[in-house]
Design a protein around this ligand. Structure first.
Ligand code: MN
Length: 128
């Protein structure tokens, strides 16, 4: 039995983080769609509904919180699991992400095991 290949959209401006995410996503057998900022992400989402979105909050131009609000206000995208990633460790940061509509939150630097766990939790359960 082969696992279904899912689409993971990663919105991330840092190439090192993007590389890390791409290694995990590929090792899990899924397809990574890369967006280096919010505008590219919105363009991609015009034509594609991914199975999960990993969203950097600290982005140039439109920030991740604004993007999260837009995704959740769009009926096509509202149901897509949205996982925020942020290096900001201020108190209340997690709450701000969840308030903006994010379903989950991963602090940076990204922990490989936690990232893998989140991807499995949201993607693999759908196959049962
Ligand atoms: Mn960033």
């Amino acid at each position: 039995m082969t696992k279904e290949r899912k689409q993971v959209l990663c919105v991330e401006d840092n190439t090192v983080n993007m590389l890390l995410v791409s290694r995990i996503v590929e090792a899990e057998g899924h397809e990574l769609i890369k967006a280096e900022d919010g505008y590219v992400a919105l363009d991609i989402l015009d034509g594609t509904v991914p199975d999960i979105i990993l969203l950097d909050i600290n982005l140039p131009g439109m920030d991740g919180l604004e993007l999260a609000r837009r995704f959740k206000a769009d009926s096509r995208l509202a149901e897509v699991p949205l996982v925020a990633t942020t290096a900001q460790v201020l108190v209340g940061d997690r709450e701000r992400c969840l308030e903006a509509g994010c379903d989950d939150y991963l602090p940076k630097p990204l922990d490989i095991r936690k990232l893998r766990e989140v991807i499995r939790r949201y993607l693999d359960n759908n196959n049962l």
